[in-house]
Structures are given as C-alpha cells and as structure tokens.
Design a binder for this molecule. Structure first.
Ligand SMILES: C[S@@+](CC[C@H](N)C(=O)[O-])C[C@H]1O[C@@H](n2cnc3c(N)ncnc32)[C@H](O)[C@@H]1O
Length: 243
C-alpha cells in the first residue's frame, strides 16, 4: 500500500482524503473568520490579485476547484456576467454548502458540484479558466489533479493556482514561529481546534515550492507557466496556459 503525507504525518494514501475531510468538516463553520484573523485580512488582497490576473471577460466559462466558501467564485461571477458561467466545486459537503449559502445570501446563484479534483466530472475543453485557491496542497495526487485541470480547459485556457509557498529566507524564522506557535492557539481559541491549524502549518511546509510546482504544471501539459510571488512568497500565484 502506498504512503503519503498528511502534514508531517505519514499516512496510507487511501486514508488521506478522510483526514483532509476531517479538517474541513471541523473548520467549515469558522472558516471565513479564521481566514481573516490568521492572515490579518491579507487573503482578501491575494484573492483580489488573482481576480485581476484572471482578467475575465463577459461570457467566459470558469471552474473554481476546491472553491470552499466561494470567495473567488463570487468575484468571478460578477465579471463573466449573465452570458458566462462559474461552477463552484469542492470535495467537502460542509464547505460547499456553506459557500452556496453565502452566495445565495448576496443573491448569487451558481451551479455547484461536489467532486474530487482528481476526477473532474466535466468534458474536455469545457472552460476558459480554471482556478484553485489554497486547495492543491490538500490533494493526494497533485499531478493527477493538475492533469484533470488541464483536460477540462480549452486550448489557450488558463489555470490559476493560488497557494501557500516558500517564504523568502530572511522571514523564515518569524514565519515558523507564527505558524507553529501562534496559529494553533488562534485555532483553539476561535474554532476550538488547534490540530487543524497545526495541519495547515505542516501542510504548507510539505507543499512543493514555487519552482517545483511550476515543473509539476509543465509536466501536466501547461506549455507556459508564470509565477507571481505575493507577500514575499508566503503565497504564490501560478498561471499556466494550456498550449
Ligand atoms: C483552505 S480551503 C480553500 C477554500 C477556498 N478556495 C478559499 O480560497 O477560501 C481548501 C479546500 O480544498 C478542498 N479540497 C481538499 N481536497 C480536495 C480535492 N481532492 N478535491 C476538491 N477539493 C478539495 C477542501 O474541502 C477545502 O474546501
């Protein structure tokens, strides 16, 4: 049986999805407030940057993978207009239904699909843009998920991967202190769950750095990949073009 990592733990590959589900089932109800607290609101700027780079046009078709509570999907929906389409997807029911409810609360109705990024239920060449924000890190077979994203994009379409990445060397010590000492405490206080936020810090350390992810995207069939470092590499936006 193959093994993989779940944070710093080694687990059976077939069990990772269950562990990840446990994390997001646990944090779903406090997810948005925790995002604001942990990032001091910065996640809004990272997402706004992603939306700007997406440069969507009226009528575009967009797939938001691991879309969770729907921040990107909501912003995309505004830009593609009534002739376009944004599909919100996630593997986790608690996150997805929270996302759908949040969108309904502001009058946005989008098609939603509960699905695994590693086996997308969409035909080849269906979308102009695919996005995945802070989701790839949690996937068991990243190369399989990236190949699926490439398959459902039309030729010339773009994949936007927004994800935690490798922070610039001078900041690493402070960032480690914040991640391993402060984050789990905020998680415990606000969401009653230190472990899920410890997993967050660990999973970031286990995620491929900027250049490794770029190589994975190229291997998945993206002919051109650009990397945008944000906040000194705390986060990176990878933009891949299906050539
Ligand atoms: C940190 S949240 C990100 C939510 C949202 N994109 C955002 O930026 O706020 C990560 C999401 O990835 C989802 N996820 C994890 N593994 C997945 C998979 N294999 N396929 C689809 N979604 C997955 C989780 O359920 C969770 O909702």
């Amino acid at each position: 049986m193959s093994e993989t990592h779940f944070g710093f733990q080694t687990v059976e590959e077939r069990d990772k999805v269950r562990h990840v589900r446990g994390v997001f089932d646990s944090v779903a109800s406090r997810y948005d407030v925790m995002n604001d607290l942990m990032s001091l609101g910065l996640h809004r700027a990272w997402k706004a940057y992603t939306v700007a780079v997406a440069a969507l046009r009226d009528g575009d078709r967009v797939l938001d993978i691991a879309g969770g509570t729907g921040d990107l999907a909501r912003a995309f929906a505004k830009r593609v207009g009534s002739r376009g389409m944004v599909v919100l997807t996630d593997i986790n029911e608690a996150m997805l239904s929270r996302g759908r409810d949040r969108l309904l609360d502001v009058g946005v109705v989008l098609p939603t699909a509960l699905c695994d990024a590693e086996a997308l239920p969409f035909a080849p060449d269906s979308f102009d843009l695919v996005s995945v924000a802070f989701g790839l890190r949690n996937m068991t077979h990243k190369e399989r998920a990236l190949a699926e994203m490439q398959r459902v994009l039309r030729p010339g379409g773009r994949l936007l991967v927004l994800e935690f990445s490798q922070v610039a060397a001078p900041l690493r010590k402070a960032y480690d202190w914040y991640s391993f000492k402060v984050l789990p405490r905020i998680g415990k206080l606000v969401a009653g769950d230190a472990d899920s936020y410890r997993y967050l810090a660990e999973s970031i350390r286990m995620h491929p750095d900027q250049q490794t992810l770029k190589a994975l995207m190229k291997a998945a069939g993206f002919g051109h990949v650009d990397v945008h470092n944000l906040s000194a590499g705390v986060v990176a936006l990878h933009v891949g073009i299906k050539c």
